[in-house]
Design a protein around this ligand. Structure first.
Ligand code: SF4
Ligand code: SF4
Length: 361
């Protein structure tokens, strides 16, 4: 387990916890953008050892949580189409739309397969030529390259009963939208490690320059997270915000050029609706016209309907970092993982799910 054990070693963590205490010289609020960071921070007990003056806020970094109810409804109506089979990542299964979930559609006979990769969806299409398989592309820059590779494979193998419904999103536009909101006051970001492995650490530089924001790209082990917090506190203390990378074993300044080229070949930027943030220009990725035979939205002429978010649910404010799950009146009462009202309680990376699992008082 080289490259992991040394980051999990508790004897390594102790001096880092001490260093963290002395690195905080003024009050600061840090946002962890990524849902996996939120989970890892809770799992490793990092919230309980935060020094006085340092506050952690969870951001919009879970692709399931930021999927709008309008998109969920469109997914469910696709599942109800005769002859259509959906291939989805598991976290989507129980997310409520305005009228039920994919789980409920499945129990009334809709064909929904949970897959681990878009290639699994393509394989299902190959084995079921009488059906049309739609893969639901719900993710950030981390998953887009594998979807692009799958579309290229479908084209090469001339598989004509496979499409992708892309709600793929990119991280910089929502971060700008959040930082432009005067209600959110943050001093630094733990930048998402997996996303950065594709797009590179240097893409965060404009945020550091324009918003005076300390930025550290972090991994997911205890030592990664503690080092990220130490560097963020030092940057804020010195008044010298910039981008630093404590995850060089996965992230380079320029990212994964091959993956980025493949994404560029298949996708183009498009306006995209985000739960809680509305429609953000250029924040999504749609399939280029050149590959439109693999675009479910154009093949099935899908139109999104305006939908209200679940009554009482504060997922929108939680995704914006202006509300914590404990401030939602439904948290741990009407809304639990067994009976989720909003996606933040369903997704394995959701902030409400993390608070429910590790942060209940
Ligand atoms: S896609 Fe990856 S980097 Fe982005 S929020 Fe999820 S785990 Fe984090
Ligand atoms: S606790 Fe449930 S209802 Fe409240 S914000 Fe979270 S997911 Fe939504």
């Amino acid at each position: 387990m080289k490259y992991l054990d040394e980051y999990r070693d508790s004897s390594l963590a102790r001096p880092l916890v001490e260093a963290l205490k002395t690195s905080v010289t003024k009050p600061l609020r840090i946002m962890e953008v990524c849902g996996s960071h939120t989970m890892a921070i809770f799992r490793n007990g990092i919230r309980s050892i935060l020094p006085r003056g340092m506050e952690l806020i969870s951001g919009p970094g879970c692709p399931v949580c930021v999927t709008s109810s309008a998109h969920m409804d469109a997914f469910i109506s696709m599942a109800d189409e005769p002859g259509v089979r959906l291939a989805i990542f598991g976290d989507l299964f129980r997310v409520p739309g305005s009228n039920g979930s994919l789980a409920e559609a499945s129990s009334r006979g809709a064909k929904v397969n949970i897959v681990y990769s878009p290639m699994d969806g393509l394989e299902i299409a190959r084995k079921n030529p009488d059906e049309h398989v739609v893969f639901l592309g719900v993710g950030f820059e981390t998953t887009t390259p594998t979807i692009a590779a799958t579309i290229l494979a479908a084209k090469n193998q001339q598989i004509t009963n496979f499409t992708v419904f892309s709600t793929q999103k990119t991280m910089l536009p929502p971060m700008r939208a959040l930082l432009d909101d005067p209600n959110l006051k943050i001093d630094g970001l733990i930048c998402p490690g997996h996303v950065s492995s594709i797009i590179g650490s240097s893409v965060w530089e404009p945020l550091a320059d324009e918003y005076g924001l300390a930025c550290v790209v972090g991994g997911f082990e205890t030592a990664d997270l503690l080092k990220s917090l130490i560097l963020l506190a030092r940057q804020v203390g010195e008044g010298r915000p910039r981008v630093e990378n404590v995850y060089p074993r996965a992230v380079s300044p320029e990212g994964n050029l091959r993956a980025r080229q493949m994404v560029e070949e298949i996708f183009e930027p498009a306006d995209m609706e985000w739960r809680g943030l509305g429609i953000l220009p250029g924040s999504g990725l749609k399939i280029r016209d050149k590959y439109c035979e693999f675009d479910a939205e154009s093949r099935f002429d899908i139109r999104l309907q305006a939908v209200e978010e679940p009554k009482g649910c504060k997922c929108g404010e939680i995704l914006k970092g202006i509300c914590s799950p404990r401030e939602c009146p439904l948290f741990d009462s009407r809304c639990t993982p067994a009976n989720p009202i909003g996606p933040c309680m369903v997704s394995s990376e959701g902030t409400c799910a993390a608070y429910y699992k590790y942060g209940r008082e």
